[in-house]
Design a protein around this ligand. Structure first.
Ligand code: ATP
Length: 306
């Protein structure tokens, strides 16, 4: 939550520099490009009551100029729900994540948590409510413990272990000669992509976020590692609000709701079965991916026969 309320100073005062980098380089870039004239809400309030609803109400958004990157999107959901955001490249999925995490504010309309406009909720509340995991799994040079602790600097070692267990990386960590003190190497290069992603997930879980935003979180992984991490994510998101941007649709049948975007518009919402029956955008994407996986499976068979 780097660019909350345009008040970069506010968030900077809350958390050490390392935590500010937790989001991603993309978020740092978005902070640097954050418009100076973004309205700063002066009297932002803490959010004390439990989160029960998330809504996008008539949300439109333009990054630059007049082009609408989100066009009048409305979506209201009780908490907890697991929601997949799908659609062609450039259709606006990541932009929804950007608005939910307050990387940017809606150009018109509003993002609402319970009954409160997200712009009226103070930085500290938002920071503890929301965590983002994306495909940028670059770690910081330092120990595994440090890389998880970045999620919440005052976490105890026991809490760090608990987060690592939930992310299903604890049992791997304890097999390392130096355990949690193991240095991950520059950018985490001593670990596999799946292990890095699990550390990033543990880091996010350390805040016990009520809203978890996944933006292509598994897209850099091979199919096997992706399936394993999707199993873990299904477990850790059971009682949370999840918005998951994904190109690969394999996790969609298990989601409570699928939102399909095209050209910035939310064109379909429903469960996997409902959207297949509708035979529209999602059904077409699903069919295309099934064709690809059948073709790939065929190739595997051919290779194994040889
Ligand atoms: P992908 O699947 O390729 O990640 P997406 O559906 O997540 O795509 P978005 O990243 O939300 O799409 O982008 C929606 C539109 O906004 C695209 O046309 C994109 O080019 C544009 N866009 C995204 N980020 C910016 C930015 N920082 N500045 C200007 N335009 C942007």
């Amino acid at each position: 939550l780097l660019a909350i309320g345009g008040a970069a100073g506010g968030i900077a005062a809350l958390i050490p520099t390392a935590i500010q980098a937790v989001g991603s380089w993309q978020r740092i870039e978005s902070l640097l490009s954050y418009p100076d004239d973004q309205p700063v809400v002066q009297n932002a309030m803490p959010m004390n009551e439990p989160l029960s609803r998330v809504a996008l109400r008539d949300v439109s958004f333009s990054y630059v100029g007049d082009r609408l990157n989100l066009d009048d999107v409305t979506l209201e959901t009780p908490v907890p729900r697991r929601i997949a955001l799908v659609g062609p490249s450039g259709s606006g999925k990541s932009t929804v994540i950007n608005l939910l995490s307050r990387n940017y504010d809606a150009t018109s309309g509003s993002v609402v948590l319970n009954d409160t406009d997200i712009r009226e909720i103070d930085d500290r509340s938002l920071f503890s409510l929301i965590a983002v995991v994306n495909q940028d799994t670059t770690l910081f040079d330092g120990s595994i413990r440090y890389n998880i602790r970045i999620g919440r600097m005052d976490a105890t070692d026991a809490e760090i272990e608990q987060a690592a267990r939930a992310a299903e990386i604890h049992s791997f960590i304890v097999t390392l000669p130096n355990g949690y003190e193991t240095d991950v190497g520059e950018g985490g290069k001593l670990l596999s992509g799946g292990q890095r992603q699990r550390i990033v997930i543990a880091r996010a879980l350390l805040r016990d976020p009520k809203i978890l935003l996944l933006d292509e979180a598994t897209s850099a992984l091979d199919a096997e590692a992706e399936a394993a991490i999707n199993d873990t994510l299904a477990r850790v998101t059971a009682n949370r609000m999840l918005f998951s941007v994904t190109h690969r649709l394999s996790s969609c049948p298990d989601m409570d709701l699928i939102c399909a975007f095209r050209d910035g518009k939310l064109v379909e919402t429903g469960t996997h079965d409902e959207l297949l029956a509708r035979n529209g955008l999602y059904a077409g994407m699903w069919e295309k991916q099934s064709d690809i996986s059948i073709a790939n499976a065929g190739q595997d068979v051919a290779i194994s026969v040889e």
